[in-house]
Design a protein around this ligand. Structure first.
Ligand code: SF4
Length: 92
């Protein structure tokens, strides 16, 4: 599927993705449009965790990845940054 078109990254997991052959537009809904259908596809996906981590590591700003919206991924990134800062403060 076209949403994974980044070179030089470990993307073997993509061949198991549940969204293969699904309309990519579903995963990039218009602002304010429902994300439910895309999330339903992700829910049954065996590589959901890999997909989410890929998006987090690569700062994917748009679309549904690993069953999460941009806003949900931002929350995870913020949380991880806080945890890193706390860990650094502990060891610092
Ligand atoms: S989690 Fe969703 S977007 Fe990611 S590979 Fe699976 S079905 Fe596709």
């Amino acid at each position: 599927m076209g949403i994974f078109a980044k070179p030089d990254l470990d993307i073997d997991w993509q061949e198991y993705s549940n969204c293969l052959g699904v309309d990519p537009d579903l995963f990039f809904p218009e602002r304010g449009a429902s994300t439910r259908e895309a999330k339903d596809v992700c829910r049954a996906c065996v590589v959901r965790a890999d997909c989410l981590e890929f998006a987090l590591q690569n700062g994917e700003k748009f679309g549904i990845w690993g069953g999460m919206s941009e806003r949900e991924r931002r929350r995870i990134r913020r949380q991880r940054a806080l945890e890193r800062a706390a860990a650094a403060a502990e060891t610092g």
